[in-house]
Design a protein around this ligand. Structure first.
Ligand code: 5GP
Length: 119
């Protein structure tokens, strides 16, 4: 499946949809989720056109992958949650209900986050 240049995060990256960027470097940007599910709920996306974690892991350059994950850690520290803790989540594909087809990592923090999945 080809990357959809009109997905909502592609539009955010192009500046066509305004967001409050809390972090930006050459590899990643981060902004609050529009429908937060924790006191802190940030989305972190690579600047390159990768539709999923699988696509990014397969086709991202080593520099892009390293830069992206360095950014995730930096954002946790910037938010001041590296010591209290946070959860990251990347929904991939239909069974995980990935809604936006641009790879993104959710970062949740700000309270006890409970069990990983509803049983
Ligand atoms: P997914 O289910 O694909 O892992 O998560 C997509 C996330 O994107 C959802 O949590 C949803 O609230 C968020 N989202 C969808 N559209 C927008 C938007 O226009 N702006 C922001 N900030 N978040 C969005």
């Amino acid at each position: 499946m080809a990357y959809d240049q009109d997905n909502i995060f592609a539009k955010i990256l192009r500046g066509e949809i305004p967001v409050e960027k809390i972090y930006e470097d050459g590899f990643a940007i981060a902004f609050p989720d529009i429908d937060p599910q924790a006191p802190t709920h940030v989305l972190i996306i690579p600047t390159g056109p990768y539709e999923s974690l699988d696509d990014f892991a397969k086709n991202g350059t080593v520099a892009e992958i390293a830069g992206f994950w360095r950014a995730v850690g930096a954002i946790g520290r910037q938010l001041g949650v590296d010591e209290t803790g946070y959860r990251t989540l990347a929904n991939t594909g239909p069974d995980a209900h990935q809604e936006v087809m641009h790879f993104h990592v959710h970062l949740f923090a700000g309270k006890k986050l409970g069990p990983m999945l509803v049983r």
